[in-house]
Design a protein around this ligand. Sequence first.
Ligand code: FMN
Length: 255
Amino acid sequence: MTGIYFSGTGNTKHCVEEFVHCFDVKNKSYSIEIPEIEKYLAEENIIVFGYPTYFSNAPKIVMDFIKNHNQIFAHKKVFIIVTMGLFSGDGAGCSARLLKKYGSEIIGGLHLQMPDCISDNKLLKTTPEQNRVLVSKANEKIHSAAKKMKEGNPPRDGLSFLHHLAGLFGQRLWFYGESISYKNKPIIDSKKCTLCGLCVKNCPMKNLDEKDGQLVHQKKCTLCYRCVNHCPAEALTILGKNVYQQYSIAFQSFH
Ligand SMILES: Cc1cc2nc3c(=O)[nH]c(=O)nc-3n(C[C@H](O)[C@H](O)[C@H](O)COP(=O)(O)O)c2cc1C
């Protein structure tokens, strides 16, 4: 078993690692951003695939990865993990339908509530203590899902027809364009930006760059919020206008 994930701010990485370790602490997990990913999956039979839900859809970077590497997924057993701030409807179903088309067998799905990463919106903001509780509840759900899978009865969150309807009518229809195309983002406050380069280094799309002493982007944002949450000067926003609370599980200790 090998874990793969896309994780803008660390939630999904944490959950995939925790899940695969329930089976064997030696199991490895990799980001889909690394160039060697095909090599790591070539010999693997069971893939645990994690991503965050964006507007009850799978992120563009994830759907593009599946389409561009479809040969990896043929004849593999795939267990899908989706993290969310509150609600994702058929979060796992979104990629499951595509993966099935490429010959994968979907062996289960797990939806996990984690801290919300949209740091430039006041909605769903939680204190560090509340975040700790959320992560600890997600850990419990992960352990119970792994136990059920070992017993031959893995959870199937997000994979039913009812989940499909909930995702479609709950959000996806109204926000469809938001997650399927590149965005003309982030918004850069050049008065605040110190050109430290952290966002340039970390952007999964290589969307950000320094040009003539200014931070610029190439309209290739896929909304992952990694730059917004990591910027020490709080100079970047995406959907909102102000940064209210930066969040990254990578900066915290939950164990
Ligand atoms: C653009 C965007 C859209 C999101 N849409 C939803 C949503 O529809 N429902 C939800 O519950 N959470 C939503 N979230 C919250 C994330 O799914 C959640 O915080 C996730 O755990 C982040 O995972 P990561 O740290 O691995 O990137 C959204 C986040 C972003 C950045």
